[in-house]
Design a protein around this ligand. Structure first.
Ligand SMILES: [Zn+2]
Length: 254
């Protein structure tokens, strides 16, 4: 619902920071309007009507008033506070990692309902402890895909020949892999990617190109899951061009 002065939408609370003596500046990931910074006035005061609503990772229904410079929160009603995630440090670190990725990848006020739904599914998976490692990989792939930075996993980035089934060196700076004939000794940012991980990523890439939804229809062993998470972390960190706070937190917890 939109009027000139207010708009109402579902949102996830991505982060918040102090804003003056009594206010908080909240980063919302709204379903309809993308990532939006809003001021929650007097949210730091005791008995504030916002105090429980604006906690990190909450799924909320918000009414937002348009401001000249910054919008402000009028109402904030909790839809789901994900208590299961918040009561488990390992789950919390993963949830914060995912939300921090959205902060770093998604531009303000650019609607991206696919990424919104992906983050919501990821948080629901964490809450239900439903295939957690797979959910983290699935979310990161959705984010990369719908941010337009999915690398090339099927053919050589230089000559377009199909890559052989073997371990390869992936170069974040070129968004892909050079075949043996095209190897470039000048590239310094290479990261090893195991044959099994590459096989899975190719499978995903083919499904994306044929516009099929990609759920985990392949069984993936524990080692490959770990390797995929390692690889995606490196690629995402490179692409976001900065090491994210929550990556450090995740490493600390793990
Ligand atoms: Zn080549």
């Amino acid at each position: 619902m939109v009027s000139n002065k207010t708009y109402v939408t579902e949102a996830l609370i991505l982060n918040h920071r102090d804003f003056g003596e009594t206010d908080l500046l909240i980063t919302l990931f709204t379903k309809l309007f993308g990532k939006v910074p809003v001021v929650a006035r007097r949210a730091k005061m005791p008995n504030s009507k916002f105090s429980s609503g604006v906690q990190l990772l909450n799924r909320v229904q918000v009414s937002i008033g348009r401001g000249r410079n910054l919008d402000h929160m009028n109402e904030c009603e909790i839809v789901d506070s994900f208590q299961g995630i918040k009561s488990d440090l390992a789950l919390l670190s993963k949830g914060l990692f995912s939300s921090e990725l959205v902060v770093n990848f998604i531009q303000d006020r650019t609607p991206n309902i696919q990424v919104f739904n992906a983050l919501l599914k990821n948080l629901n998976d964490l809450e239900m402890q439903n295939n957690i490692e797979q959910s983290m990989i699935w979310f990161q792939l959705q984010l990369i895909n719908f941010s337009g930075v999915l690398p090339e996993f099927i053919v050589c980035i230089n000559c377009n020949e199909n890559l052989q089934r073997m371990d390869h060196i992936f170069f974040p700076s070129i968004g892909g892999i050079n075949c043996a004939n095209c190897s470039d000794i000048n590239l310094k940012d290479g990261v090893v990617i195991l044959e099994e991980s590459l096989g899975f990523l190719r499978h995903i890439q083919r499904m994306i190109r044929s516009s099929k939804s990609y759920l985990f229809d392949k069984n993936i062993d524990e080692n490959t899951l770990k390797d995929l998470n390692r690889f995606l972390r490196i690629y995402l960190s490179y692409t976001a061009e900065r090491q994210m706070k929550s990556t450090k937190f995740l490493d600390l917890v793990n």
